[in-house]
Design a protein around this ligand. Structure first.
Ligand code: C6P
Length: 415
């Protein structure tokens, strides 16, 4: 892709930012996109429009409004299917977020296949949402969770994955992009090796789906989870992709309305996919908002988004490297970061760093980033993280670097 001129870039910045009205309300640099993203006007309007013109309980009513609500909800599912290139929309389940999606697999799939002595293979870098559900499934079944460790760039090597596979491994689960180091794993290769060894492969796509093209057929993962709110959609709506043959065999995760076929006083049978896994009244407004967010992202283009984010990551990391007391975690190459740059500053606590940034209207995240085993592995209890989204600009990066360069001085250090 051709490098944009500065003028073209500023025009694109302007076009994109004009769709996010929150940036008109105050002058701030939002660099916490890995936690959640701001919402474009079209998403807010789609949710608003749904509640104004189509709201009824979907999947139940036989009247026009309920049918309109059902149609809107199912159209959003089709939008997600197309975005992930799943074979059929029945393989797309709506959940509340990536955490619930991963819990669904850990409760429904894992607990029905795991036996004492089986193994679940994950990495030390997982977000707690892709770690605790497996720990709990292991505790319930007598299985063991085993952890792969990355190289200094945050990469899990093919050799270490292959060496860890054995006939006891029934499930391998891994992030595609780390929420701390920003590095990407070779999911396609790991899914293939897992399958050769007879295991299913679960991909945590929470930090990849918003930043790069993810094609579930190409990756050949068995399950993939992501959250709507990290890809410019509303909070409270998430997705679990699962292969039909696995979802068909799995017991429901939650029980209640609309997930049944027939109920007697003794027992119940289950609805067809995907409804078997969507008990109770669904978040139709959230699904509609997510569908619109995906349309919006597609209208910009995943390649453009990647290029914009990489350009800013380069500027950010180049500037950070000039500051001797600042240390970037993970790879030195901006290509390996997917817009996520986590760092420490000598002698300054990450909470102080984040507070100073906040006092200059720059939003970053500080803490363990819901990845405490990784923090322990890296030998630091907490860090500070800047994360880039599609609406960030060179101005945001300049402001970030200016504040960063003055933090030690603000904390009273002379150098
Ligand atoms: N990470 C962060 O600031 P939820 O909270 O369910 O939408 O997403 C969970 C989740 C799962 N996997 C990865 C890799 C994630 O990064 C997250 C969310 C946010 O890093 C909030 S802790």
């Amino acid at each position: 892709m051709r490098e944009m001129t500065g003028e073209e870039r500023r025009a694109e910045d302007q076009r994109i930012r004009s769709k996010f009205l929150i940036f008109r309300s105050a002058d701030f640099s939002y660099l916490d996109n890995a936690a959640t993203t701001q919402k474009p006007e079209c998403v807010l309007q789609a949710v608003n429009n749904y509640y104004r013109t189509q709201n009824a309980n979907p999947l139940r009513g036989l009247y026009k409004l309920s049918i309109a609500a059902t149609d809107a909800y199912e159209a959003a599912r089709e939008e997600v299917r197309s975005f992930l290139n799943a074979r059929e929309s029945a393989e797309i389940l709506f959940t509340r977020n990536a955490s619930e999606s991963l819990n669904l697999v850990a409760y429904s799939y894992a607990r029905s296949v795991l036996h004492e002595g089986d193994e679940i293979l994950i990495t030390i870098m997982e977000h707690h949402s892709n770690l605790i559900p497996w720990q709990q499934a292991a505790l319930a079944s007598g299985a063991l969770v085993r952890y792969l460790e990355p190289d200094p760039n945050g990469k899990i090597s093919e050799e270490s994955f292959r060496a860890a596979m054995n006939p006891r491994v029934k499930i391998a689960a891994m992030h595609q992009v780390s929420n701390v180091l920003g590095c990407e794993q070779d999911i396609k290769t790991f899914a293939r090796i897992a399958h050769e060894g007879g295991a299913v492969f679960v991909c945590d796509g929470a930090q990849s789906v918003p930043h790069r093209k993810v094609d579930v057929q190409e990756l050949d993962v068995d399950f993939l989870a992501f959250s709507g709110h990290k890809i410019y959609g509303p909070m409270g709506i998430g997705v679990l992709y699962g292969k039909r043959e696995l979802l068909e065999k799995m017991p429901p995760f939650l029980f209640g309305g609309e997930m049944i076929d027939y109920v007697t006083t003794e027992r119940a049978t289950w609805a067809e996919l995907p409804h078997k896994f969507e008990a109770g009244t669904v978040n139709a407004g959230g699904a509609v908002g997510l569908g619109e967010a995906l349309r919006y992202v597609k209208s910009i283009g995943m390649e453009r988004i990647q290029e914009r984010e990489l350009h800013l990551t380069r500027l950010l990391m180049d500037g950070m490297r000039e500051l001797p007391h600042v240390h970037i975690l993970g790879s030195a190459s901006p290509e390996d970061h997917h817009g996520i740059v986590t760092f420490t500053i000598d002698d300054v606590h990450p909470h102080d760093i984040a507070a100073i940034f906040d006092s200059h209207n720059v939003d970053v995240r500080a803490g363990h980033h819901c990845a405490q085993p990784l923090m322990k592995f890296l030998g630091t209890p907490s860090t500070t993280r800047a994360s880039i989204g599609l609406y960030n600009t060179e101005e945001d990066v300049k402001r970030f670097l200016l504040v960063l360069s003055g933090i030690r001085e603000e904390m009273g250090y002379g150098d």
